[in-house]
Design a protein around this ligand. Structure first.
Ligand code: FES
Length: 107
C-alpha cells in the first residue's frame, strides 16, 4: 500500500546541497539532496516566519535566512537558536524519477 506517499517533485528538480521548496496539501515542505541521500523537513522556521529553503544548507545543517537558527535536516533537531524547537522531518523515498514524502503525519 502506498497511499501514505505523495510525490513532491522529480529527482531532476533537486540540486545537491540546495533546499527545494514544495507543498504537500497546505504544508510547506523542504526537500534536500545531500551526499546522495534525500531528506524532508518543514520548510517554515518555527521561530518566526521564514522559509528555510531561502536559507543556507551546509552538509546536513540548514540555516534560517532571517535570524540564523540552525537545524539538522536528518533529525530536525535545533542546533542553534533563536528558535526554541526543532523541525518535523518526513520520510522520503524515490520511485523511478519521483521523490515522494510519507504524508500520514502531514496535514
Ligand atoms: S525566523 Fe528563523 S530564526 Fe527567526
Amino acid at each position: 500500500m502506498n497511499e501514505d506517499w505523495t510525490t513532491v517533485c522529480r529527482v531532476s528538480d533537486l540540486k545537491p546541497d540546495t533546499a527545494f521548496a514544495t507543498e504537500v496539501g497546505n504544508k510547506a515542505v523542504a526537500i534536500y539532496l545531500v551526499e546522495d541521500r534525500y531528506f524532508a523537513t518543514d520548510n517554515v522556521c518555527p521561530h518566526a516566519y521564514a522559509l528555510l529553503s531561502d536559507g543556507w544548507l551546509e552538509g546536513k545543517e540548514i540555516e534560517c535566512p532571517l535570524h540564523g537558527a540552525r537545524f539538522d535536516i536528518e533529525t530536525g533537531a535545533l542546533l542553534e537558536g533563536p528558535a526554541e524547537c526543532g523541525l518535523q522531518t518526513y520520510p522520503v523515498r524515490v520511485l523511478r524519477d519521483e521523490v515522494q514524502c510519507q504524508t500520514h503525519n502531514l496535514s
